[in-house]
Design a protein around this ligand. Structure first.
Ligand code: C5P
Length: 238
């Protein structure tokens, strides 16, 4: 069954603790991104793991290959189960990141964390792609960048639910697909543009569903999470 990854996009300790209290004991991963890491440091990974969560360090690395490789090694040393780079950083950058992750995991004698490539942010639509010089439709962009990611040795990619089917067709069932931009039916889309419901993402074949505000900004996070988990289970069984 696809896993829910709860996005902990917070910068205050109290807020973080209250969300963790709501989701502790549930069968979910958690994700820390720029906001959480800038606030709490990478040490937070250890703390989250002690609470029993698998942790996705969503740092979206994008820099020269050497810098990205070094940062990837640091993230592995801090215990992340999953990390990511921007495929737009290019093939060499992705290859260096993959090498850093593999070597560091071997050195530590741990299972290699999953390393994914960001293709096209779910907050971007057609007009945004054109404005930064990305040619083609979202689907074409995702396939182009997923191909680069696959050739670089990445384990999978991050894309909106709209592109999952075509990515599966091209790269098969073992290629990991993580999908953000998940919104329950009639939920507020916030700053996201290419959104889908949990059911749509599951039916399309996502392995991981990243969900932030529909859970963390809800009046009752535990209930919202449970509703989503139930919807996912039903979608898997139907
Ligand atoms: O609150 P919401 O569900 O929109 O949060 C989505 C999370 O997924 C955010 O933390 C965002 O950084 C992340 N993300 C995304 N689009 C991507 C990759 C990651 O929205 N392509």
């Amino acid at each position: 069954m696809p896993k829910v990854v709860v996005a902990l996009d917070v910068n205050e300790r109290e807020r973080l603790n209250s969300i963790l209290k709501e989701i502790e004991g549930e069968d979910v991963w958690v994700k820390i991104g720029l906001e959480a890491v800038c606030s709490f440091g990478l040490d937070i990974i250890k703390e989250l793991k002690e609470k029993g969560f698998k942790v996705f360090a969503d740092m979206k690395l994008h820099d020269i290959p050497n810098t990205v490789e070094s940062a990837a090694r640091v993230i592995v040393r801090n215990g992340a189960d999953m990390l990511n780079v921007h495929c737009t950083g290019g093939k060499t950058m992705c290859e260096f990141a993959v090498r850093g992750v593999k070597e560091e995991a071997e050195k530590l004698g741990i299972k290699k964390p999953i390393i994914l490539g960001v293709t096209a942010l779910t907050s971007m639509g057609p007009e945004d792609f054109g404005a930064i010089g990305m040619r083609g439709t979202a689907r074409e962009i995702v396939i182009r960048l997923a191909t680069l990611g696959k050739e670089s040795g990445l384990d999978g990619i991050i894309s909106s639910a709209n592109e999952i089917r075509v990515v599966r067709e091209y790269f098969g069932k073992d290629f990991v697909i993580l999908t953000p931009g998940i919104r329950p039916q009639n939920g507020s889309i916030d700053d996201q543009k290419r959104v889908s419901t949990p059911t749509e993402a599951v039916k399309a074949g996502a392995d991981y569903l990243v969900i932030g505000r529909p859970i963390t900004a809800s009046e009752n996070p535990k209930e919202s999470l449970r509703k989503i988990l139930k919807e996912i289970e039903e979608a898997c069984n139907s």
